[in-house]
Ligand binder design. Sequence first.
Ligand SMILES: [Zn+2]
Length: 247
Amino acid sequence: MQRRTFLGMLLVSPALIKADSKVFHSNVYLREDQRKSFYSVQKKLELVKKYIGFGNFNIISFDDILKISARVSKIGKFSKEELDFIEEIFYEDPSRYGFYGSRTMPSLTSKIDKSEVIKIPRTGHYLFKGDPLDSYTKAKRDVGSSLILTSGVRGIPKQMNLFFNKLKSTKENLTLAAHSLAPPAYSYHSLGDFDVGKKGWGYKNFTVSFVRTKEFWRLRRLPYISMRYTINNKDGVRFEPWHVKII
Ligand SMILES: [Zn+2]
């Protein structure tokens, strides 16, 4: 057995995966006074996404979200309470609920510059031109055409939408939500990271099962990319073998 394969098997041994799926921070939930605003904001973001389309929503700015919601009556303008809630979640220190990654977006109004990104055909996702696009193109060449982009550039509203949907599914448990999704100001998808998967694998691309694919093993051999969230990473994020960091 090749040393690399052996090390890889150690890396994904069931005991380690089990250990990694545990959340070590004690659970922190939304406060009672945040619940109403949380559910209305979560709903509004979904409505804006539906209105402008999945692809456009990936890179939309917060200012544009506000403009669209004010203009479209079935969405409705954000209230003062909703905006206060968003600001609190965006600017607070998430280490209080167990997320220790670095802030990637300084301000709620930080924008993705459209001239710096490119839409990848048939994916609905964008990549930053330069290193991320070059690495993805090379990886497709080196791994094979069965490697697909499953998530690329995410602006603040997109990350907020994903985080809030997760927070809804964890029944307002911030600790559990942040274990599988970076809070809105903390995603490396806003700086150049992206997710890949195996064509036709659907949601399994976002599970530990991805390590069983030949696409993953070929990916691991590439010198120009690495894995952002390894097992027991210091950010407090679960093991994410599909999340690519550019070297
Ligand atoms: Zn990712």
